[in-house]
Structure formats: C-alpha cells, structure tokens
Design a protein around this ligand. Structure first.
Ligand SMILES: Nc1ncnc2c1ncn2[C@@H]1O[C@H](COP(=O)(O)OP(=O)(O)OP(=O)(O)O)[C@@H](O)[C@H]1O
Length: 237
C-alpha cells in the first residue's frame, strides 16, 4: 500500500534522503523513527506527493504519487507536522470545507463528519473557533481532516508531538484502532509509543534507512529501544 523505490531528495548540495526503499503491505502499522533532521518529514512529503523526488518513485495503493497525485490523494490521509488550520473557523466548518474541496457530496460528507467527530472525540469543541482550542484538540482536528474521506493509507508526522500524557494515550489508542483496517506510517520521537502501537520499525539516520524490522528485533541484543537508538545514531550513516 506504501512503496518507496530509491527515493532521493537533494536540497542544493545537501542530500536529505538517500536511496530509501521499502514497501508497507495492507494493514501494517509502521513506526518511522530517527533523530532530528534524519529525513523523516522529507520522506513523508515525498510519499504524499507534497514534494517531488530528485530520484526514485513513491506509490500509494499502487498509484505513482507524482504521475497521478489526485488519484493517490483519494487513497491517502496525511497529517503533516503542525498542519495548517484556519484559526477563525470551527472544526465543523473546516471539516465541511475540506470535504467540499475533496468533492464529497452533502449527504456522504455529513455522515463522514459525524464519524470523524466521534472517532477523534471532537463533539464538545465542534462549534468553537480553532484559535480557542488546546494543542491536543487542534491535533485531533487535523487527524479528523486526514480521516475524513476514509482513506486506506494514513501517513502521520509526529501526531503526539507537544501533547500531554493523557492526550498521547488517546492518540495511541486511536492509531491502534485505525491500524485494524488501515495501513499506517507514523513518525515519532517517543520510543515508548513504538511497541504498543507498531508492527514494524523503519529507522532513518542521515537520510538513509538503517533498520527495518519488528520492534522486538530492534531491541534484540540491546538493553532497550533507547539503547538501540543511541547505537544506530552513534556514527554517520
Ligand atoms: N526545503 C528544504 N531546504 C533545505 N533543507 C531542507 C529542506 N527541508 C528539509 N531540509 C533539511 O533536510 C534534513 C532532513 O529534514 P527533515 O525535516 O526531513 O528531518 P526530520 O527527520 O523530520 O527531523 P525532525 O525530527 O526534527 O522533524 C534537515 O537537515 C533539514 O534541515
């Protein structure tokens, strides 16, 4: 459902992503790990068609995201890091706006707004301006936007960043629930999140994929995931 083939991105003379290849089959929840500046966001932007690769190819549900971005976007929900939300709008208004932009008809859109407001626990803030919402609720509005068209594939960039422990728990439960029916790639800095949520870990360092395996395999031979994180990033990739 997600395919990266030789993905490479160069900004000027700087190689941010270097020849990254992997495939994620249907129904897998994958944690995308790596230190700051490793290339996680850039890889996710390449996978979603948001930016074009210097070399290589990205496919979502078999669709080349550069050649047919609209068809790929229909199958894909993307939660960008600090995604833009119009602060004067309410969650209901913004979901309606995004749904219309996606060409959803009135009755299907009303049903889906109901579903995502429930799934993301937004009912108590549905009619408050986004400017007045806490960071946790704003994140849930972004999540609801990503889920609105019921995509098969979800790509989420640090969905728990800046949230309190209760909110993190809520997002973790939601990801686990979504993982029952969807293919999910989620980046995070919080290693404790990985084992309860993910079937697989992709670890990127200096723009290169340096580990691909189950969380238990990543931990094998080390005292903890943290220890393995230090080992994987101790020298340049
Ligand atoms: N548009 C750009 N122009 C120049 N350099 C960029 C651009 N976007 C990203 N980079 C650089 O590419 C590298 C990878 O950045 P990226 O945001 O993908 O890392 P990341 O793994 O998501 O980091 P973090 O965990 O801090 O979010 C960084 O050195 C960053 O400064």
């Amino acid at each position: 459902m997600i395919e990266a083939r030789g993905l490479t991105k160069q900004f000027g003379s700087f190689l941010a992503v270097r020849d990254v290849s992997f495939e994620v089959p249907q129904g897998q929840v994958v944690a995308f790990l790596g230190p700051n500046g490793a290339g996680k966001t850039t890889t996710m932007r390449l996978l979603t068609g948001f930016i074009a690769p210097t070399h290589g190819q990205a496919k979502i549900a078999g669709i080349d995201v550069q050649a047919d971005r609209i068809a790929a976007a229909e199958r894909l929900g993307y939660l960008p890091e600090n995604g833009p939300l119009y602060p004067d709008m309410t969650p209901m208004a913004i979901l309606e706006f995004f749904g219309r932009a996606r060409g959803m008809g009135s009755s299907a859109l009303a049903d889906r707004i109901d579903a995502v407001v429930g799934l993301c626990s937004l009912s108590t803030v549905a009619y408050k301006p986004i400017a007045k919402l806490s960071k946790g609720y704003r994140q849930r509005v972004s999540m609801a936007q990503a889920l609105l068209h019921d995509p098969d594939v979800l790509i989420m960039d640090e969905p728990t960043s800046g949230l309190d422990p209760n909110q993190i728990k809520g997002v973790r439960q939601l990801i686990r629930e979504l993982g029952r029916s969807k293919t999910v790639l989620v980046s995070t800095h919080i290693l404790q999140e990985v084992e309860p949520v993910a079937d697989r870990v992709l670890f990127i360092h200096d723009g290169r994929l340096v580990f691909d395996g189950a969380p238990a395999e990543m931990r094998a031979g080390s005292a903890s995931l943290e220890e393995k994180f230090y080992q994987l990033t101790a020298s340049p990739a």
